[in-house]
Design a protein around this ligand. Structure first.
Ligand code: GTP
Ligand code: IMP
Ligand code: MG
Length: 336
């Protein structure tokens, strides 16, 4: 058995561009399985491929590699309506999708509770029902996927499928959601999501033990954004964020994202908490417009290369993937 699992997680507050990076890795590496961990449909990932843009909240972003099995682990929350809509919108073969028997189910009541003052109002949650569903799971009253008729054709043993692939030396890509500082344990509590989302937790979500992980790729955007309440060191005014081209609108909630320059202290801590072995930097073209669409490291500007080298020097882990545009092929891959 050779170790062949790659785990991808966000290094800041989510929205680092994991959707883009995971879709590129699936396209390039052709894994047998892309399995999603993380909280649930509070996440929004954007995948741009062949001129088409997809917004995903439940399906793994690696769906564009047509041979990949697409799995949702027992730690992930499922909103069946959202999932079925995405299967139909992406036009994938539904037989590629597997949901673990024990994945938790979001119902209308969870969404209603999440929309209230104490959650959406106080913390700026996404209002998608994830926090109340995880609370019900802790109380052991949450329904799980095996209780839900519309999911019966998708049910599977996700940890079992992943381990079988690893035993057969097949590549496995594990996709995290949210970002390190939204972790319930390691983030800016109470302004965090409803569980841990660092690499260890993402592996646990899909039933992958720590000894089977080959690499942990932490994704950083070339600047920092955050939606909802909570501290954001170095936060820029909306006007300044617009001037720099860093002003963004959230994929799931349509809210404005707050923005700040790249934060080396947070990056260092994210590397530590996730045991990163490599980094990806996205949206380099939003800091250095001259690098837009560049796919060759030697064609980057000196300033952009200095920025990358500086990150490597300060956090002590190599940058192996650089994203210079929305299309999954606008990517520089420096892996061996
Ligand atoms: P995750 O939640 O980490 O998956 O990030 P996201 O997919 O939510 O990122 P988001 O939706 O904020 O992405 C915003 C837009 O940026 C999308 O249209 C992406 O296709 C696009 N994008 C991703 N990477 C790059 C990049 O390197 N350069 C540019 N210009 N756009 C990018
Ligand atoms: P919840 O996860 O919906 O409970 O929201 C808690 C906090 O996490 C809020 O600040 C949300 O904006 C944030 N959050 C949750 N998921 C994401 C994500 O995928 N991207 C960015 N922020 C997120
Ligand atoms: Mg997102």
């Amino acid at each position: 058995m050779i170790l062949c699992a790659l785990v991808v997680v966000g290094g800041f507050f989510g929205d680092e561009g994991k959707g883009k990076i995971v879709s590129y890795l699936a396209f390039r590496d052709k894994p047998k399985i892309v399995a999603r961990g993380g909280v649930g449909p509070n996440a929004g990932h954007t995948v741009v491929f062949n001129g088409k843009s997809y917004k995903l909240r439940q399906l793994p972003s690696g769906f564009i590699h047509e041979k990949a099995r697409l799995l949702l682990g027992p730690g992930v929350l499922i909103n069946p309506k959202v999932l079925l809509k995405e299967i139909s919108e992406t036009n994938i073969n539904p037989r590629r999708v597997g949901i673990d028997y024990q994945a938790g189910i979001i119902e209308e009541t969870h969404i209603e509770r999440d929309q209230k003052k104490d959650l959406k109002g106080r913390l700026g949650t996404t209002g998608t029902g994830c926090g109340p569903a995880n609370a019900d799971r802790a109380l052991r009253i949450l329904k799980i996927a095996r209780d839900i008729d519309v999911l019966k054709d998708f049910l599977t043993d996700v940890p079992g499928e992943i381990h079988e692939a690893i035993e057969n030396d097949e590549k496995v890509l594990i996709e995290g959601t949210q970002g390190t500082f939204l972790s319930l344990y390691h983030g800016t509590y109470p302004y965090v999501t409803s569980k841990d989302v660092t690499a260890s937790a993402i592996c646990s979500d899909v039933g992958l033990g720590p000894k089977f992980v080959k690499d942990v790729l932490v994704v950083f955007k070339a600047y920092v954004t955050r939606v909802g309440a909570g501290p954001l060191p170095g936060e820029l005014s909306e006007e300044e964020a617009k001037k720099r081209g860093w002003f963004e609108i959230a994929t799931v909630t349509g809210r404005k994202r707050r923005a700040a320059p790249f934060n080396y202290e947070l990056a260092k801590r994210a590397v530590m908490l996730n045991s990163a072995t490599m980094l990806a930097i996205t949206k380099l073209d939003k800091v250095f417009p001259e690098v837009a669409g560049v796919r060759d490291f030697d064609k980057l500007s000196d300033e952009a290369i200095m920025f990358i080298k500086n990150i490597e020097r300060k956090v002590g882990v190599p940058v192996k993937i650089i994203s210079t545009g929305p299309d999954l092929q606008d990517t520089i891959d420096l892996r061996d």
